[in-house]
Write a protein that binds this ligand. Structure first.
Ligand code: F6P
Length: 353
């Protein structure tokens, strides 16, 4: 039976979303001869009963398919608003669109919301994980993370040379909300001297001792300090009552001030908040590959009528889990005793504790 399937992208955007759309449309059209429609702006599009036709002939004049290397999402996305408060309108919009199944590409928060809607509306849902935070459980890869790591490493490389030229301590604030994966991966790969994570308590004294040791023992007059936006200023130093975890809280600036204080303003610091640069850019080869495989397998699951599943990458292949099992384990955080943290410490990086 010819199916009509929908695809939407939800939550914060990231590079690789268009690759999923491309793969799903291509496979559904070529292999199964199905109709594929895009839902613009996620649940907002459902609420308004809007669709856009998607076809494999979305090439430019020269025949190039721009979806492969275009950042963001051509369908648009939303990551705010009281979605569940409008559940009835969204369910009615979904009915009006008349889909046999829906592919939702989202992160921790948005997959939870869309799963709840799918249960209420009895939708045939297949979910695909994307997030630069890498905090979706049960998957070793999430679309967008690899590109974001490369973006941060590139920024660290650039900052290292200017830091060294001026004997400065560069503080680089990295996204990730409550998870420190992006900071940890990029800090190790970029050669940071300090990596502060939400999952590992640190002390200002420990941080300052480390910077002193770098200068006095190793004659390193500059330093690279990667700060995850979700760090908690150590409970011994400050009581972070509002529990904030995003860039709005200025954790990088806070760390710079602490370093200035503990060095009697002798250490010259500069802060770079990388912000939404980390969500932009063209997708890395690894993200393209992951997205392409997720898009293809999502369509195959629909062909098998296997629903309420989230795709995941485990041991080199795409597998699937009931969405609720993933939600129950979210968010996936850095293991403070895991191999990456141990490796960072063995390289002389201060990671707290
Ligand atoms: O969850 C992805 C993320 O990019 C976080 O790392 C960051 O804190 C947040 O989204 C930023 O959200 P917004 O785009 O609403 O500023």
């Amino acid at each position: 039976m010819k199916k009509r399937i929908g695809i939407l992208t939800s939550g914060g955007d990231c590079p690789g979303l268009n690759c999923v759309i491309r793969a799903a449309v291509s496979h559904a059209t070529r292999t199964y001869d199905w109709e594929v429609v895009g839902i613009p702006y996620s649940t907002q599009g459902l609420l308004e009963g809007k669709t856009v036709p998607l076809s494999i002939h979305g090439w430019d004049l020269r025949g190039i398919d721009p979806l492969l290397n275009m950042g963001g999402t051509v369908l648009g996305s939303i990551n705010k608003g009281d979605t569940l408060g409008s559940a009835n309108e969204i369910l009615a919009g979904y009915e009006a669109i008349g889909l046999d199944a829906l592919i939702a590409v989202g992160g921790d928060g948005s997959l939870n919301i869309i799963h709840q809607l799918a249960v209420l509306g009895n939708w045939n849902l297949v979910a695909i994980p994307k997030t630069i935070d890498h905090d979706v459980a049960l998957t070793e890869r999430s679309i967008g993370f690899d590109t974001a790591v490369n973006t941060v490493v590139d920024a660290i490389n650039r900052l290292t040379f200017t830091a060294a030229s001026h004997d400065r301590v560069m503080i680089i604030e990295v996204m990730g909300r409550t998870a420190g994966h992006l900071a940890l991966y990029s800090g190790i790969a970029g050669g940071a001297d300090v990596i502060l994570l939400p999952e590992v308590p640190y002390t200002i004294q420990g941080l300052c001792n480390h910077l002193t040791e770098l200068r006095e023992r190793w004659q390193r007059k500059f330093a690279i300090v990667v700060v995850a936006e979700g760090i908690f200023p150590c409970s011994k130093d400050i009581d972070d009552a509002d529990n904030c975890t995003t860039a709005k809280c200025g954790k990088g600036q806070y760390i710079a001030e602490q370093i200035a204080n503990c060095s009697n303003h002798l250490i010259d610091t500069r802060v770079s908040v990388l912000g939404h640069i980390q969500r932009g850019g063209i997708p890395s080869a690894l993200d393209r590959l992951t997205a392409t495989m997720f898009g293809k397998v999502a369509v195959d699951l629909i062909a098998q009528e296997k629903y309420d599943q989230m795709l995941a990458w485990q041991n080199g292949r795409v597998v699937n889990f009931p969405i609720q099992d993933v939600i129950d384990k979210n968010p996936s955080l850095v293991n403070p005793h895991g191999d990456l943290v141990q490796t960072a410490r063995s390289l002389g990086i201060y990671v707290g504790e």
